[in-house]
Design a protein around this ligand. Structure first.
Ligand code: HEM
Length: 154
């Protein structure tokens, strides 16, 4: 299917990526995880994103999330993203070369979800690697690092 011209500058994301990541936060034990991410398109002006992870020690399912990247012109990108943990993120971002820097403009949580107020996501795409960092302000703490991972194009 032909890529919509509005998402051509995000084409470097398209495909499936797998790799390993690590996470930490002051309130939890450090952890490592395996991850698979898919960016797809249906010829419309957005990129569909889905992610799933497994605990690197037990191989049991861990976090997952899904959403849509919505380009606005050639450098601005909106993101809407949901997590089964009851968290919804809305971001505005900027594409700088092949690096996307997303900052939440709203984070909504269901009544029983953990508190999260701000999320920053940086995604850097190389020749055949995709690396990212996620920072969050959660459970009453200021914005700080939660995740880094390096994935490889499949
Ligand atoms: C690769 C993606 C992610 C993985 C593998 C992951 C994994 C984990 C793990 C293992 C924990 C500790 C156990 C638990 O509370 O379940 C945790 C805690 C948490 N994570 Fe993540 N996480 C991911 C992404 C995110 C994102 C994107 C957010 C928010 C936007 C988030 C928010 C939280 C919160 C609020 C906690 C609870 C901290 C606490 O209870 O003090 N996580 N995460």
């Amino acid at each position: 299917m032909e890529l919509h011209p509005d998402v051509e500058h995000l084409a470097m994301l398209l495909g499936t990526w797998r790799g390993k990541g690590s996470g930490h936060y002051p309130t939890i034990e450090d952890f490592e995880y395996f991850e698979e991410v898919t960016f797809g398109h249906v010829g419309k002006p957005f990129i569909a994103y889905s992610q799933k992870t497994r605990d690197a020690a037990t191989e049991l399912p861990l976090h997952s999330e899904a959403g849509y990247f919505r380009p606005v012109g050639t450098t601005a990108v909106e993101l809407v993203l949901v997590q089964p943990s009851g968290i919804v993120e809305i971001h505005d971002g900027i594409l700088d070369g092949t690096t996307l820097r997303m900052e939440s403009t709203a984070v909504l949580t269901t009544p029983t979800a953990k508190s999260v107020t701000t999320v920053h996501r940086m995604i850097a795409v190389g020749e055949s690697t995709l690396s990212y960092d996620v920072h969050m302000a959660a459970v009453g703490l200021p914005l700080q690092h939660h995740l880094s991972a390096e994935l490889h194009r499949q």
